[in-house]
Design a protein around this ligand. Structure first.
Ligand SMILES: Cc1cc2nc3c(=O)[nH]c(=O)nc-3n(C[C@H](O)[C@H](O)[C@H](O)COP(=O)(O)O)c2cc1C
Length: 208
């Protein structure tokens, strides 16, 4: 697939077919992640690949399985989601947080070595490791797209990171930025509409 076609095709997918994904494909996808730019030249990233449904269900146990209409309306109000396109994204995504991972063919847990407390960075450089792994995550998403698969991601909320550490046993000095669901889009997978961006308005030549 042409590079720009991959860019266009990569979309967050939260509705998956029930299919297996083989380890060679997952390896190629993670290999692409490991080619991403890195702050300290070390790429001290590890990946836990989960296919065992029993472990998956244990890991996801703390993620809400849905949301009531009232809670959804409250969330829209509390988070000041005033834009209709943005609202539509949340209305599709929030109820699917559990299912999009439970139905994935594999969950990939990216982990980065974090030397300082990520929640208390003293300067911007302290976030470099965090920034780098997001470059890696984007490569994973693009490689998955090129392979004919798709991804979603969840940022761990509350104590979900502590729970993941307990279930998966990763060391204290490794940090989980997100959970990635990898799978084959179902035939009716929802592709949420995005806001049109006027490129020319966003590019400022020489000065804002
Ligand atoms: C930093 C970051 C955090 C995100 N958090 C979540 C999340 O917790 N749950 C979720 O379903 N999607 C999450 N997403 C996916 C976005 O909802 C999605 O990328 C956005 O709506 C644009 O849609 P697209 O990926 O299809 O282009 C996140 C994306 C990013 C980059």
């Amino acid at each position: 697939m042409d590079f720009y076609e991959v860019i266009e095709k990569r979309r967050t997918i939260r509705d998956f077919e029930s299919v297996e994904i083989n380890d060679d494909i997952i390896e190629r996808i993670i290999g692409a992640g490991l080619k991403a730019p890195t702050n300290d030249h070390m790429r001290d990233w590890h990946f836990i690949v989960l296919k065992d449904k029993q472990v998956v269900l244990k890991l996801l146990d703390v993620i809400p399985k849905g949301i009531s209409d009232e809670d959804m309306e409250r969330l829209i109000k509390d988070w000041n989601l005033n834009d209709p396109t943005q609202q539509a994204c949340y209305r599709d995504a929030v109820p699917k947080q559990y299912r999009m991972l439970a139905d994935a063919s594999a969950i990939i847990i990216p982990l980065l070595k974090q030397k300082v407390d990520i929640m208390k960075p003293a300067n911007l450089s302290h976030l470099n490791g965090f920034a780098s792994i997001w470059c890696c995550i984007e490569n994973i998403f693009l490689a998955a797209t090129a392979e004919g698969y798709a991804c979603n991601l969840r940022i761990p909320l509350g104590d979900e990171d502590k729970h993941a550490r307990k279930v998966l046993g990763f060391p204290e000095d490794y940090f989980m930025p997100c959970l990635i669901g990898l799978g084959m889009p179902s035939k009716d997978a929802k592709i949420v509409e995005q806001k049109e961006i006027n490129l020319k308005e966003r590019i400022h030549n020489n000065m804002w």
